[in-house]
Design a protein around this ligand. Sequence first.
Ligand code: E4P
Length: 215
Amino acid sequence: MKFFIDTANLDEIRDAKAMGVLDGVTTNPSLMAREGRKDTDALLKEICDIVEGPVSGEVTALDAEGMIAEGKTLAALSKYIVVKIPTTLAGLKATRALSDEGIAVNMTLCFSANQALLAAKAGAAYISPFVGRLDDIGQDGMELIADICLIYENYGFKTEVIVASIRSTEHVHQSALLGAHVGTIPHNVIKQLVNHPLTDKGLDAFMADWDKLQG
Ligand code: E4P
């Protein structure tokens, strides 16, 4: 399972990289806005240079032609850029056009299995179903991941499932059990994954015994 970090914050990205678990990054317009930098292309390039793996940068055009033009500009920033495109009719057209030119696309804002099926057929390299936002409205986000993984397996689609809108370590655990290709995980959740009270308790006991030995 690949770990992407869901942030545009350079400190968080560097920290996850230092943990040795980082495979890529996803950003979106809200995450970019949170950094307060207007030079978004420069920021994306800096992220690519740190990660040296797939970095999703999202288009802001809403029409297919605009998405294609913006996607090409983004893709020219770095070989690591993955163009993030919303799962709409215009988005499908742009995904097909960019994929045909060899540009990797991550279709985002996916909330149904049918949307994921369309994304795969349009040639998307990745699909991003948002589990947390489905949980927020009383649906089961992880059930959608199970459906998409099964559908992709049924037909041998190469599109990779990025579990997005992850809110908890349990989302990560369930994603791994389902065989999702990727989780895009907030920094705080990545750090929580290593925690276990018995690890802390065991370490305290080891250190206490060691101190006794030293006299
Ligand atoms: C990732 O691709 C998404 O942009 C992100 O996971 C959305 O997460 P949120 O629902 O916490 O905003």
